[in-house]
Design a protein around this ligand. Structure first.
Ligand SMILES: NC(=O)c1ccc[n+]([C@@H]2O[C@H](COP(=O)([O-])OP(=O)(O)OC[C@H]3O[C@@H](n4cnc5c(N)ncnc54)[C@H](OP(=O)(O)O)[C@@H]3O)[C@@H](O)[C@H]2O)c1
Length: 166
């Protein structure tokens, strides 16, 4: 069945690939990131690119309001915006680490907070978090991405959001 999907961080990497696949499958896909110029190919495919910095609540509210006004619902939130920060604890400055957590953790929380009430109202919805996942295994992820994964794992455990990890 055709779904209304919001993909964050869709201007490159896995977010862009996921958005491309979902558009090709016939879903209504809103793709967001700061670099809107990098999503024009998704627009040509039939997607709806909009600017969103996940650390800016006004941006998030504008995007969610637009989707609700046009589509009446958001079926799926694909939380993908984020990045890895490489280096050991003494190499990564706290300013850089804070900035990453602001995007990978609180950005994800901020988008979820604004989307979830619409899902609750509809009694339906799915959140897929790309940042969540294994953080205590032997895959050589850098420390900061593991920190963010661990935080999101715990945050989601107690937030009681509808979700699916992938
Ligand atoms: N690659 C991996 O091995 C790996 C492993 C585990 C988890 N992950 C997670 O999976 C996700 C995608 O990874 P990737 O490798 O595909 O990343 P990527 O190619 O670097 O893409 C990152 C995306 O996040 C967006 N983004 C960054 N900061 C943002 C902000 N403040 N507001 C909105 N969007 C922002 C970027 O868009 P703009 O710059 O245009 O805003 C871009 O579209 C990330 O959350 C990453 O942490 C990746």
């Amino acid at each position: 069945m055709k779904k209304v999907i919001l993909v964050t961080g869709a201007s490159s990497g896995m977010g862009k690939e996921a958005a491309r696949k979902l558009i090709n499958e016939g879903h209504t896909v809103y793709t967001v990131a700061r670099r809107i110029d990098q999503m024009q190919d998704l627009k040509a495919l039939g997607g709806y690119p909009m600017r969103m910095d996940v650390t800016n609540e006004e941006d998030i509210q504008t995007v969610v309001d637009t989707i609700i006004e046009k589509e009446g619902k958001i079926d799926v939130l694909w939380n993908n915006a984020g990045y890895g920060l490489y280096g050991s604890v003494e190499d990564v400055s706290l300013a850089e680490a804070r900035k990453q957590m602001e995007v990978n953790v609180f950005g994800l929380a901020a988008v979820s907070q604004i989307v979830v009430p619409h899902m609750r109202k509809a009694k339906s919805g799915l959140i897929s978090d790309l940042i969540k996942g294994k953080y205590n295994n032997h895959v050589p992820y850098p420390k900061n991405i593991r920190d963010a994964k661990a935080f999101v794992e715990q945050y989601k455990k107690y937030a009681k959001f509808p979700e699916r990890s992938c």
